[in-house]
Design a protein around this ligand. Structure first.
Ligand code: AMP
Ligand code: GLY
Length: 424
């Protein structure tokens, strides 16, 4: 099988790495890819936001299966175009992608289908949003979310009315997130531990792929600003068999059925973020793709044929569930100086090869590039260093032993990824 993976981050390197270990995969292209994916297959250039160009690439290269990493190409309709040309692709249609790309749509979908989630109000004007955060309806803290994609910055958990009003004004009056904030969702604030579950849907059913816990804050002990994710471990000890079954029945199957009813079979990854509240598990958000850095810790634990599973999902044929290893993984993100506010680029990176040679270690590239024959930084999140072991402790020790081999000026990382799972 010849596979095309769209994207350029650590998630895509992990997808490519996992596919390369499948004997049914003969060749892998990544568009645009990174130095990690080019060491495995061939990187090709294409405008990911132009479905027509991506389709032309897949046709020219006679690709058998296309796997979409990020959500933006899905929002631009790449999966719709591929399907209308009979080309297998892993990823939902544009309407399916709205589950992630419009929080208002996701909330309305969840209410229609009885999926448990925080109480909410969708507001199209600043006046109605200011009224919704005035206190009586949701109390405080209250959550203010920009409707559209806002690079992970569109959510404010506001402690009081002043903070909530400031968040509404930032989105709707100052247009801090552009068009993404012209509508907001106001939500009741839930509390409890967060866990992410990953499914692969084939339009009718879904296979459970695994679970993980992300670490979104930049500093240890969940302090500092939010980032795209500073590390993750898998599986999550919170993802009990009961929770997985319950999530499948009450959340995932309704999502799949709801899309089938709309005549838009959901074929692709579904990433369910849950908060385990005193009142049961509730959906915080859906993503219509794999997570980053969650893919880097979940994919290594999937044994057996991965490409066949993906192709089955793309073609609407149930092939799961996958065989999952009982091992544990811990993935530590190495970020550039200034991240998440800004990021340095072009800084030389040392020790990646040495780190990758350690037992139970895999290093995934994200913001890296080759410059004058050497590896340098090229963005905020630079590498994800993954350790694998029989226990969380072993996985964590292996990940951090590898991190200590890697150096670049300004390198920052959390020292507590995996700590929450130890002793569980
Ligand atoms: P989201 O982008 O929707 O995943 O939100 C980002 C983060 O904000 C989540 O990971 C949660 O920690 C927090 N959050 C979102 N919605 C809520 C809510 N209703 N109650 C409490 N925290 C929330
Ligand atoms: N790690 C969070 C995400 O991929 O959205």
């Amino acid at each position: 099988m010849k596979v095309l993976v769209l994207g350029s981050g650590g998630r895509e390197h992990a997808l490519v790495w996992r596919l390369s270990r499948d004997p049914n995969v003969a060749e892998i292209l990544t568009a645009p890819g990174n130095p990690g994916t080019s060491a495995i297959g061939r990187n090709v250039n294409v405008d990911l936001m132009s479905p027509k160009d991506v389709l032309a690439l897949a046709a020219r290269e006679k690709v058998d299966l296309t796997v979409v990493g990020p959500e933006a190409p899905l929002e631009s309709g790449v999966a719709d175009l591929f399907r209308s040309h009979g080309r297998p692709i892993v990823g939902p249609s544009k309407r399916g992608a709205a589950l992630e790309c419009s929080k208002a749509h996701a909330k309305a979908f969840m209410s229609r289908h009885g999926i448990p989630t925080a109480r909410f109000a969708v507001c199209d004007t600043a006046e109605s949003a200011l009224a919704a955060v005035s206190g009586a309806r949701f109390g405080f803290p209250v959550v203010v979310k920009a409707d559209g994609l806002a690079a992970g910055k569109g959510v404010t958990v506001a402690a009081d009315r002043a903070e909530a009003e400031a968040a509404v004004r930032a989105a709707m009056v100052d247009k801090q997130f552009g068009a993404a904030g012209s509508r907001v969702v106001i939500e009741e604030c839930l509390s409890g531990p967060e866990v992410s579950l990953f499914f692969l849907c084939d339009g009718e059913h879904a296979s459970y792929l695994g679970s993980a816990q992300d670490h979104k804050r930049i500093f240890d002990d969940d302090r500092g600003p939010n980032t795209g994710g500073m590390g993750a471990f898998a599986p999550s000890p919170l993802a009990t068999l009961d929770l997985v079954r319950d999530t499948y029945e009450r959340i995932v199957q309704p999502v799949v059925d709801g899309h089938a009813e709309m005549g838009e079979p959901y074929r692709g990854f579904l990433y369910v973020s849950l908060m385990l509240t005193a009142d049961g598990a509730k959906v915080i958000e859906f993503n219509v793709r794999f997570g980053d850095p969650e893919a880097q810790v979940v994919l290594p634990l999937i044994d057996g044929g991965f490409a066949g599973l993906l192709r089955g999902a793309a073609e609407g044929a149930f092939v799961g569930p996958p065989v999952v290893s009982p091992d544990k993984t811990v993935g530590v993100v190495l970020a550039s100086r200034g991240y998440p506010a800004s990021a340095e680029s072009g800084v030389p990176i040392d020790g990646v090869d040495r780190a990758a040679e350690l037992p139970g270690v895999t290093v995934f590239h994200a913001g890296t590039k080759m410059q004058d024959g050497r590896l340098v930084t090229a963005g905020g999140r630079v590498l994800t260093v993954v350790g694998r072991g029989a226990t969380y402790r072993e996985a964590m020790d292996r990940a951090y032993a590898a991190v200590r081999e890697i150096r670049f000026d300004g390198m920052q990382y959390r020292t507590d990824i995996g700590k929450k799972a130890i002793g569980t």
